[in-house]
Design a binder for this molecule. Structure first.
Ligand code: FES
Length: 171
């Protein structure tokens, strides 16, 4: 998560850092001018990184203003995709795929091992803010199912023993 997230003094409104604004321009450069609105997804991803790993109402309003896209459209996109977090998450966001390939390869046992190890149910965050445990749809790693994602890292071909080791190794 970025430490460069900014809030305007006294107003509490999220604002991109200068670095992030430069990144927005770099994102826009990938799209033809007539398809500029398609940059919304990577800009939301950038906002999530900038604003502490999640998108508040204020952050969504800022992105709408920045991109000149109606707030309702920004909200529709942000609520459709599970990779956008609409409430705060822990330092480690553990996202476990339980979709068909992972389920057939044992994600139930992996999920149970994780829930016991972290003492969390789906959607919960540990009291110390270290872990959030989420159940997600296909992570696109079906060939090496079962899979999970911790922040930006993928872990595949999981077993209950392997996920326990992964959790123990986290700093
Ligand atoms: S079904 Fe789990 S990664 Fe595709």
């Amino acid at each position: 998560m970025s430490v460069s997230s900014t809030e305007r003094e006294g107003e509490g409104k999220p604002r991109f850092s200068t670095t992030a604004l430069a990144e927005v321009e770099a994102i826009y450069a990938r799209y033809p001018p007539e398809h500029r609105r398609s940059a919304l997804l990577p800009i939301l991803h950038l906002a999530q990184r900038e604003f502490g790993g999640w998108l508040s109402h204020e952050a969504l309003a800022y992105v709408a203003e920045l991109t000149d896209i109606p707030p309702v459209r920004v909200g529709e996109v942000a609520t459709f995709y599970t990779m956008y977090n609409l409430k705060p998450v822990g330092r480690y966001h553990v996202q476990v795929c339980t979709n068909i390939s992972c389920w057939l390869c044992g994600s139930d046992a992996v999920a149970q091992a994780l829930q016991e190890k972290l003492q969390l149910q789906w959607g919960e965050t540990s009291a110390d803010g270290r872990f959030t445990l989420s159940e997600v749809e296909c992570l696109g790693a079906c060939v090496n199912a079962p899979a999970l994602q911790i922040n930006d890292d993928y872990h595949e071909e999981l077993t209950p023993e392997k996920v326990t080791e992964i959790m123990d190794r986290l700093p």
